[in-house]
Design a protein around this ligand. Structure first.
Ligand code: NAP
Length: 493
């Protein structure tokens, strides 16, 4: 709704640039509808209403995306790194110029509170900015030769055509975390966003087009996941797949990629522990638990799924934490006051309630919240005296259910934290340098937050160990995932 002074006050779900909501796929620089007109509905998790559609492409169309990426590869790979960096920089500028619209789009299709959606845009854009700069720093090496008359050289080369498969929980940032380093390295990409949240990915593609990313360098397609996954894993043209999602699908993609020895980056499920030691600062521990548990309504792979509090601080922590949890506002993500938005779908709600019921049956008591009162809104819930073998300690809850489990000694805490096949993120709160050092090293995870629940940024390596995956995203290590090292040995000098 335009105002006389030119400012706009938007209706719920409205964008100032309505053309950022696409209903076509982006292949070889063209916006295409599906061959047979088949579409996939996109729902608003708060209202349950259909707010958009994405095309369900045919196999031939998905194959055309791989062909387009193959055709674009030689030109993009040979482009000056400064030029690739400059195009990425323009893409970053455009994403930030449209931060509000992109945030509204994320809230519309994912449900997360607008303030978190704005933070996701800035976080996601951070990868484009970082890799715009890294593009010019893909240095080779000259290695001193152990014999005379030889020059030993190492040159970085782009891996080739890459594929990205992304989840719904961070629909914008999970794509930029893959596409930005791939494009910086000189790779081309076919990206498949989650069916529930394709709109952010298409808006990103539109801004990439406006930034000057050449046709075929970035392609975004939607359709039946098993068909697209099958094509990407079986195509000899696709040299690498970067996947973020469940461990189950990651394992399937790994198996299907094995015959061609395809390179893989797998960012999979987590089951993060948060250890709060007796010597922790109480306010820091509560703040850490709030952020690590309730960001994105608990639908984060690095969410603190299990909160272990040492017996000396247990009661004091629960008292303050309960007050803060009960003050969290549940509701429509478009309401600026909302802290906890709806979950992505009814299956998500059912899973949280299953974990809640199981914990209560095992002896836990509810200090705040409880079951959903309908729709996809799940109240922020706090449980005390949760049994160490409750279902929620073994599976990702992926919702706003905080489970606090008491423990005795530092050694027992570490043992509980490591008692999982997953190892993505972990958190610990302590003011004792010896505890921090000992526990930080003993925890089996790819990332450890010490006295903070906010750990992810473009400049650090994000990734897991054990069944949480392979490879790293972000930082110079994230660029290395899209680079092959060629060793050249020149004799006769
Ligand atoms: P998911 O079911 O594995 O889906 C993720 C993506 O894989 C979606 O694009 C999905 O497409 C696609 N997919 C599904 N079946 C496929 C197949 N057979 N072949 C190829 N692609 C296929 O995961 P999710 O439930 O959406 O996401 C939540 C999971 O992601 C959690 O476990 C979470 O921990 C993990 N995650 C990990 C990280 C990390 O960095 N480690 C970050 C975020 C989330 P459709 O949507 O079309 O089905």
């Amino acid at each position: 709704m335009p105002h006389a002074d030119g400012a706009t006050s938007l209706e719920r779900g409205e964008l100032s640039r309505a053309d950022l909501i696409r209903d076509k796929a982006y292949v070889g620089g063209q916006w295409i509808a599906s061959d047979d007109g088949a579409m996939i509905d996109v729902d608003d998790p708060f209202t349950g209403k259909v707010i958009g559609q994405s095309p369900s492409l045919s196999e031939a169309q998905a194959r055309a995306a791989i062909d387009a990426a193959e055709k674009a590869f030689p030109g993009w790979a040979q482009e000056l790194t400064r030029k690739r960096g400059a195009i990425l920089r323009r893409w970053f500028d455009l994403v930030m110029a449209h931060q509000e619209d992109l945030a509204r789009l994320i809230t519309l299709e994912n449900g997360k509170p607008l303030k978190e959606a704005r933070a996701e845009v800035a976080y996601g854009a951070g990868f484009i900015e970082f890799y715009a700069e890294e593009a010019g720093r893909m240095f080779g090496e000259i290695i001193p030769a152990p014999v005379s008359g030889r020059r030993l050289m190492v040159e970085p080369e782009p891996v080739g055509v890459c594929a990205a498969i992304t989840p719904w929980n961070f629909p914008l940032a999970m794509l930029t975390r893959k596409a930005a380093p791939a494009l910086a390295a000189g790779c081309t990409m076919v990206a498949k966003p989650a069916s529930q949240t394709p709109l952010s990915a298409y808006a990103l593609a539109m801004l990439a087009e406006e930034a000057g990313v050449p046709p075929g360098v970035l392609n975004v397609i939607t359709g039946k996941a098993s068909m697209i996954g099958g094509l990407l894993t079986s195509s000899p043209v696709v040299r690498k797949i970067s996947f973020t999602g469940s461990t189950e699908i990651g394992a399937q993609l790994m198996k299907a990629s094995a015959p061609q020895i395809k390179r893989l980056s797998l960012e999979l499920g987590g089951n993060a522990p948060l250890l709060i030691f007796d010597d922790a600062d109480l306010e820091t521990a509560v703040e850490t638990a709030l952020v690590a548990k309730f960001r994105n309504s608990g639908q984060s792979c690095i969410a603190a799924n299990r909160i272990y509090a040492q017996k000396g601080i247990y009661e004091a922590f629960l008292e303050v934490f309960a007050k803060r949890v009960s003050a969290l506002a549940l509701g429509d993500g478009f309401n600026e006051a909302t802290d906890i938005g709806p979950l992505i779908d009814s299956a998500g709600v059912a899973k949280v309630e299953e974990h809640l019921d199981d914990a209560v049956a095992g002896g836990a008591s509810i200090l705040s919240g409880g079951k959903s009162s309908g729709g996809q809104l799940m109240p922020p819930t706090l449980l005390r005296d949760v049994a160490p073998d409750a279902l929620l300690t073994r599976e990702e809850t992926f919702g706003p259910l905080a489970a606090v489990i008491p423990f005795d000694t530092v050694g027992e805490g570490v043992k509980l934290a490591n008692d999982t096949p997953f190892g993505l993120a972990a958190y610990l709160c302590s003011d004792n340098p010896a505890t921090i050092s000992r526990v930080g090293r003993a925890i089996e995870s790819g990332m450890v937050g010490i006295n903070t629940g906010l750990i992810s940024t473009a400049v650090v390596p994000f990734g897991g160990v054990k069944m949480s995956g392979l490879g790293r995203e972000g930082s110079s290590h994230g660029l290395a995932e899209y680079v092959n090292l060629k060793y050249l040995c020149q004799a006769g000098l």
